[in-house]
Design a protein around this ligand. Sequence first.
Ligand SMILES: O=C1O[C@H](COP(=O)(O)O)[C@@H](O)[C@H](O)[C@H]1O
Length: 230
Amino acid sequence: MRITRVANYQELSALAASHVLQAVKAKPDLLFCAATGGSPTGMYAEMAKEKTVFSQMRVIKMDEWGIIPATHPDSCESYLQKHLLGPMDIPAERYVSFDPNSAEPEKEIQRIESYIQANSPMDVCILGLGKNGHIAFNEPAANLQAGFHKATLAESTIQHDPALSQGLEPAFGWCVGMQGILQTKKIIFLVTGKGKEAALEQILTQQISTDCPASFLWLHPNVELITDYQ
Ligand SMILES: O=C1O[C@H](COP(=O)(O)O)[C@@H](O)[C@H](O)[C@H]1O
């Protein structure tokens, strides 16, 4: 894992975007696994400034909240439409999405896992870090899931999204599993935002534990961790 500390969020966003630009120039139709949340928003804005370079890039949604509909403003779907797909003019034909509220969830999970395996390795995966060390919705647990799956969310993850924490039903998520992430050719891991000091410290010990799913990134040969933590 290469670790780069930058002065601020703007530098983090510009550096992360430059890595993707380099990758897409080498492979214009690369498959890009897209995180949502505060961490990649600036990076996506930087990428959009060069949107013509991304005219063949394919995107797959990395995770999504259950309970709230895809049309909800807080859904990952709405986020990606607003910050990535819209600004970069990525049409539906180049975007792979899924709906955790599908009437046939098992079939939908299988469809996405089959897509990931058929297109494996994905080329670039953007990851943010959860306060508890999660990546995507791979939460700390005794065992981690290899494939695309329905995830039970940790309380700190639910609290991250007010729309979920106000719900009456228990919230869940769907996400790419550890295998899909670790098979990706290049991982850009953004550590920014409040409350992640302890998780970052745990990663930096280089000890691999299911208590901190992000620690498994040490097993990957091509991870760029970019952080504005000093
Ligand atoms: O809950 C989540 O949090 C992480 C980090 O979110 P951020 O808003 O601090 O960037 C996010 O990367 C992850 O996909 C999501 O599950």
